[in-house]
Design a binder for this molecule. Structure first.
Ligand code: FUC
Length: 156
Protein backbone atom coordinates (compact mmCIF):
# COMPACT_ATOMS: atom_id res chain seq x y z
CA UNK A 1 0.00 0.00 0.00
CA UNK A 2 1.28 3.53 -0.72
CA UNK A 3 3.15 5.46 1.93
CA UNK A 4 3.71 9.21 2.26
CA UNK A 5 7.08 10.20 0.78
CA UNK A 6 7.94 6.68 -0.41
CA UNK A 7 8.00 6.09 -4.21
CA UNK A 8 5.05 3.76 -4.86
CA UNK A 9 6.97 1.52 -7.32
CA UNK A 10 9.21 0.24 -4.51
CA UNK A 11 7.90 -3.10 -3.16
CA UNK A 12 7.96 -3.79 0.60
CA UNK A 13 10.81 -6.30 0.27
CA UNK A 14 13.02 -3.64 -1.33
CA UNK A 15 12.19 -1.10 1.38
CA UNK A 16 13.33 -3.69 3.93
CA UNK A 17 16.57 -4.25 2.01
CA UNK A 18 17.32 -0.52 1.80
CA UNK A 19 16.66 -0.08 5.51
CA UNK A 20 18.79 -3.04 6.61
CA UNK A 21 21.80 -2.22 4.40
CA UNK A 22 24.68 -0.54 6.24
CA UNK A 23 27.52 1.78 5.30
CA UNK A 24 29.45 0.41 2.32
CA UNK A 25 26.89 -2.26 1.44
CA UNK A 26 26.09 -2.43 -2.26
CA UNK A 27 22.82 -2.93 -4.15
CA UNK A 28 22.70 -4.09 -7.78
CA UNK A 29 19.96 -2.84 -10.06
CA UNK A 30 20.02 -5.29 -12.98
CA UNK A 31 18.59 -5.26 -16.49
CA UNK A 32 16.24 -7.85 -17.98
CA UNK A 33 19.10 -9.95 -19.44
CA UNK A 34 21.30 -9.98 -16.36
CA UNK A 35 21.75 -13.43 -14.72
CA UNK A 36 20.31 -12.15 -11.43
CA UNK A 37 19.14 -15.45 -9.97
CA UNK A 38 22.49 -17.25 -10.47
CA UNK A 39 24.61 -14.84 -8.40
CA UNK A 40 23.72 -16.35 -5.03
CA UNK A 41 22.13 -13.17 -3.67
CA UNK A 42 18.56 -12.34 -2.68
CA UNK A 43 16.65 -11.15 -5.76
CA UNK A 44 13.77 -8.69 -5.72
CA UNK A 45 11.78 -8.87 -8.95
CA UNK A 46 10.60 -5.62 -10.52
CA UNK A 47 10.05 -6.66 -14.14
CA UNK A 48 7.47 -3.92 -14.63
CA UNK A 49 9.96 -1.11 -14.12
CA UNK A 50 12.99 0.22 -16.01
CA UNK A 51 16.40 0.36 -14.35
CA UNK A 52 16.40 4.16 -14.49
CA UNK A 53 12.96 4.41 -12.83
CA UNK A 54 14.11 1.98 -10.12
CA UNK A 55 17.38 3.89 -9.61
CA UNK A 56 15.55 7.22 -9.36
CA UNK A 57 13.15 5.79 -6.76
CA UNK A 58 15.93 4.17 -4.73
CA UNK A 59 18.00 7.37 -4.72
CA UNK A 60 15.14 9.21 -3.01
CA UNK A 61 15.83 6.99 0.01
CA UNK A 62 19.38 5.62 -0.19
CA UNK A 63 22.34 7.92 0.64
CA UNK A 64 25.38 7.49 -1.63
CA UNK A 65 28.74 6.75 -0.01
CA UNK A 66 31.00 9.81 0.02
CA UNK A 67 33.68 7.83 1.91
CA UNK A 68 34.31 5.61 -1.11
CA UNK A 69 36.30 6.40 -4.24
CA UNK A 70 33.33 5.36 -6.37
CA UNK A 71 29.67 5.80 -5.52
CA UNK A 72 28.52 3.43 -8.26
CA UNK A 73 29.77 0.78 -10.68
CA UNK A 74 28.60 -0.06 -14.21
CA UNK A 75 29.49 -2.76 -16.74
CA UNK A 76 31.78 -2.04 -19.72
CA UNK A 77 30.42 -2.95 -23.13
CA UNK A 78 31.98 -6.18 -24.40
CA UNK A 79 32.32 -4.91 -27.97
CA UNK A 80 33.29 -1.31 -27.08
CA UNK A 81 34.92 -1.31 -23.62
CA UNK A 82 36.11 2.29 -23.85
CA UNK A 83 32.69 3.65 -24.77
CA UNK A 84 29.80 3.89 -22.28
CA UNK A 85 26.50 2.25 -23.20
CA UNK A 86 23.84 4.94 -23.80
CA UNK A 87 22.02 4.16 -20.54
CA UNK A 88 25.13 5.04 -18.47
CA UNK A 89 24.60 8.75 -19.16
CA UNK A 90 21.07 8.47 -17.78
CA UNK A 91 22.36 6.66 -14.69
CA UNK A 92 25.02 9.37 -14.17
CA UNK A 93 22.46 12.19 -14.45
CA UNK A 94 20.30 10.60 -11.76
CA UNK A 95 23.29 9.99 -9.46
CA UNK A 96 24.69 13.50 -9.90
CA UNK A 97 21.36 15.23 -9.25
CA UNK A 98 20.89 13.62 -5.83
CA UNK A 99 24.56 13.56 -4.84
CA UNK A 100 25.04 17.28 -5.50
CA UNK A 101 21.69 18.13 -3.87
CA UNK A 102 22.89 16.22 -0.80
CA UNK A 103 25.91 18.54 -0.61
CA UNK A 104 28.65 16.75 -2.54
CA UNK A 105 31.42 19.01 -3.83
CA UNK A 106 31.81 17.00 -7.03
CA UNK A 107 29.60 14.79 -9.22
CA UNK A 108 29.28 11.10 -8.33
CA UNK A 109 32.21 8.94 -9.46
CA UNK A 110 31.22 5.89 -11.52
CA UNK A 111 33.54 2.89 -11.84
CA UNK A 112 33.52 0.88 -15.10
CA UNK A 113 34.37 -2.83 -14.93
CA UNK A 114 34.44 -5.69 -17.44
CA UNK A 115 31.45 -7.99 -17.76
CA UNK A 116 32.89 -10.91 -15.78
CA UNK A 117 34.43 -8.68 -13.11
CA UNK A 118 30.95 -7.18 -12.77
CA UNK A 119 29.49 -10.65 -12.19
CA UNK A 120 32.11 -11.18 -9.45
CA UNK A 121 31.05 -7.90 -7.84
CA UNK A 122 27.41 -8.95 -8.13
CA UNK A 123 28.17 -11.99 -5.98
CA UNK A 124 29.23 -9.74 -3.08
CA UNK A 125 26.27 -7.34 -3.21
CA UNK A 126 23.68 -7.16 -0.46
CA UNK A 127 20.85 -7.92 -2.87
CA UNK A 128 19.89 -7.66 -6.54
CA UNK A 129 16.88 -5.89 -8.01
CA UNK A 130 15.91 -7.61 -11.27
CA UNK A 131 14.20 -4.96 -13.41
CA UNK A 132 12.51 -5.16 -16.80
CA UNK A 133 15.13 -2.85 -18.34
CA UNK A 134 15.53 -3.73 -22.04
CA UNK A 135 18.45 -1.39 -22.78
CA UNK A 136 21.64 -3.48 -22.80
CA UNK A 137 24.17 -2.86 -20.02
CA UNK A 138 21.37 -1.43 -17.91
CA UNK A 139 23.12 -2.62 -14.75
CA UNK A 140 24.37 -0.46 -11.90
CA UNK A 141 25.73 -1.15 -8.42
CA UNK A 142 25.21 1.64 -5.87
CA UNK A 143 27.06 1.88 -2.55
CA UNK A 144 25.21 3.00 0.58
CA UNK A 145 26.53 5.96 2.54
CA UNK A 146 25.91 7.49 5.94
CA UNK A 147 23.16 9.68 7.40
CA UNK A 148 24.25 11.83 10.37
CA UNK A 149 22.41 12.65 13.54
CA UNK A 150 21.07 15.79 11.86
CA UNK A 151 19.32 13.63 9.26
CA UNK A 152 21.62 14.80 6.46
CA UNK A 153 23.84 12.67 4.21
CA UNK A 154 27.42 12.82 5.49
CA UNK A 155 29.71 14.30 2.83
CA UNK A 156 33.47 14.07 3.16
C1 FUC B 1 26.67 -8.54 -22.40
C2 FUC B 1 25.85 -8.11 -21.21
O1 FUC B 1 25.40 -9.27 -20.54
C3 FUC B 1 24.50 -9.14 -19.47
O2 FUC B 1 25.18 -9.02 -18.26
C4 FUC B 1 23.44 -8.05 -19.60
O3 FUC B 1 22.98 -7.64 -18.34
C5 FUC B 1 23.93 -6.86 -20.34
O4 FUC B 1 22.82 -6.05 -20.70
C6 FUC B 1 24.69 -7.24 -21.58
O5 FUC B 1 23.82 -7.92 -22.45
Amino acid sequence: MPLKGIPSILPPALLSVLATMGHGDELLIADANFPASSQGRDVIHMQGSSATDVLAAILKLLPLDSFAEYQATVMKQVTAPDEDAPIVGDFASLLDAVYLADGAKRPAAVERVDRFAFYDRAKTTYAIVATGEVRLYGNIIVKKGVIGGDGKVVML
